[in-house]
Write a protein that binds this ligand. Sequence first.
Ligand SMILES: [Zn+2]
Length: 132
Amino acid sequence: MNTSSLVAESVWKDIDSTHSVTDDQLSILHFIFAKNFERATRIVDQRGVKRISGVPSGRSIFQVVGESRRKEEYLCFAEHYCACYSFFYDIVNRGEQLSCKHQLAARLASSIGACIDVEVSDEELALLLSNL
Ligand SMILES: [Zn+2]
């Protein structure tokens, strides 16, 4: 892991433990993730993050709205994967960013308790995952 990731990780952990975010923490995350973090906060503000949990397993995945007017939603894991184009181009291919805005929105919303929680059966969750 590079330094930025380590710093971000420790900030996320602090936010997780208090369920609230300070101005200093916002500045650090903004410094690390720049425009993507701004976009992520807008997504969280508009309640655009759903956490879909399978019952009874408790396994979960996030579904995050896009920013453009088209009503897209992307399935993502906050730390490791997003189904959007930016994830493949900017993060996996070019390695220019650490996370896309959907992953950041998922991480932020879950840390401060701003997700919309949705429960589905494990079969439905499996079906969602099989379409990734
Ligand atoms: Zn994404």
